[in-house]
Design a protein around this ligand. Structure first.
Ligand code: UD1
Ligand code: MN
Length: 429
């Protein structure tokens, strides 16, 4: 009986406990309306979250775009640090031999030199020609004179006897550049030959473009020379315009010690300028060249015996207007900007035919493009238009990625390869 009563109590307690649990359990208080409210809230929450995601995506995209613009902008601000530039010493190395007219070159350099301390002029004389030496020494402390000590005869293969001068020039260049970089320890040098005249902004041009040479490892020289810089083929209203070129122009040019480090130990016995243009030396690098030349040669009789002089060199237009390059933004010449800007625009320009250009039948007011497909075609077109028609290591004069840009009857024209450019053909000569 006692057990029975205990069981009853336990049973009752269980019933009460279960009821309490049942009545107090939360789900019991949610009716079906409330359930659909919660579901709605969850849906709203989900929608809110996905809206936030979308917003975030827009923000991320904006940020990416901003970064892109900023990246471009960062290359764009003037990369010329005025203060730093004032401190660099950039010597001008003048190569002389037996031409007393070196004075014409030196007068010019001294006249336009903004600061003798920043731009020391060092004349290196070969050939032991006394009259020339005397003429140079008359400049006193305005310049320094060094003399190439090795005047021994050079053994030249019989076939090349008449080219001995080129062997002497190469020997002189090798010695003098070693002096400049390893003895005087300059970090860059502007090279000028004794038969060059320079433009009023010659120094400004080099100091202004120097930061590009330091910053852009795809550049290996700055040159003052436009190989197609004849009066009728340039735009004299655009002396500020500069280009990249795969063709090493020389004739007033700047190189850095780093480049000399690459070259000095394999420096050739002769024909240094053609050698430097070979792929092994150039390594796909480019130079900067101006629209209007900052040098002009008056060396009618020289080692190459005026081969090009009468036909070509004497017509090169020397710039007369001072362009403040150090105050200008030249970042369009950096490889990335140039390839995405200039080169892309070239291929967007309307195609014309050289005969129409010659006959003045081209009506476009924008730069145009003429296509060449073969070496023969290139030679024909350039001959007809008065451009230089030769190649060195397959590279046409002034070409950048095969593009040769010039002005004709006041309009910009690009002579370009036809398809997507795959590189120079070294057999084109
Ligand atoms: C041509 C190039 C020149 C290049 C040379 C070497 C042109 C217009 N000129 O010389 O840039 O350096 O080929 O391949 O394209 N010199 C000496 N020692 C000599 C003879 C000359 O040092 O025994 C000097 C001259 O003073 C001058 C330079 O070498 O500064 C070039 O001589 P030049 O007679 O002008 O030869 P180019 O035919 O113009
Ligand atoms: Mn010369």
């Amino acid at each position: 009986m006692r057990i029975k009563r205990t069981n009853l109590v336990i049973g009752l307690l269980l019933i009460v406990w279960t009821s309490v649990l049942y009545l107090t359990f939360p789900y019991h208080s949610i009716n079906s309306n409330e359930v659909s409210d919660v579901v709605k809230q969850i849906v709203i929450l989900e929608q809110g979250i996905s809206r936030e995601f979308e917003k975030n995506n827009v923000v991320i995209k904006d940020a990416q775009e901003l970064l892109e613009i900023k990246k471009k902008g960062e290359i764009h601000p003037n990369i010329v640090d005025q203060k730093e530039l004032q401190d660099v010493k950039i010597p001008v190395l003048v190569f002389a031999c037996n031409r007393v007219t070196v004075t014409r070159c030196l007068d010019n350099l001294i006249q336009y030199r903004p600061d003798p301390d920043q731009f020391p002029i060092i004349v290196s004389q070969d050939c032991s020609h006394e009259e020339t030496r005397n003429a140079i020494q008359k400049y006193g402390s305005q310049i320094s004179l060094i003399q190439q000590p090795d005047q021994s005869d050079i053994q030249v293969p019989p076939k090349e006897k008449k080219f001995k001068g080129y062997f002497k020039i190469a020997r002189h260049y090798g010695w003098a550049l070693n002096q400049m970089f390893f003895n005087f320890n300059f970090s860059s040098v502007i090279i000028v030959e004794d038969d060059l005249e320079v433009a009023p902004d010659f120094f400004e041009y080099f100091i202004g473009t120097y930061p590009l040479l330091l910053k852009d490892s795809s550049l290996w020289c700055i040159s003052a020379w436009n190989d197609n810089g004849k009066e009728g083929l340039v735009n004299t209203d655009r002396p500020d315009l500069l280009y990249r070129t795969d063709f090493f122009p020389g004739l007033g040019w700047m190189l850095t010690k780093n480049i000399w480090f690459e070259l000095y130990s394999k420096w050739p016995r002769a024909y240094w300028d053609d050698w430097i243009r070979e792929p092994l030396q150039r390594k796909d690098r480019s130079c900067i060249r101006p629209e209007v030349s900052r040098t002009r040669t008056f060396g009618k009789t020289g080692v190459s015996n005026g081969m090009f002089f009468e036909k070509h060199l004497k017509f090169i237009k020397l710039n007369e207007e001072f362009v403040p390059f150090t105050k200008m933004n030249l970042s369009y010449l950096l490889k990335e900007n140039y390839d995405n800007g200039f080169v892309r625009k070239v291929y967007q320009s309307p195609i014309i035919n050289y005969q129409d250009l010659k006959d003045g039948k081209v009506r476009h007011n924008v730069p145009t493009r003429i296509i060449y497909k073969t070496k023969e075609e290139y030679k024909l077109i350039t001959k007809k238009l008065g451009l230089m028609d030769d190649f060195k290591s397959g590279v046409p004069r002034t070409a950048y990625k095969g593009i040769v840009t010039f002005y004709f009857k006041g309009k910009m024209v690009h002579l370009t390869p036809d398809a997507i450019w795959t590189g120079y053909n070294i057999s084109w000569s």
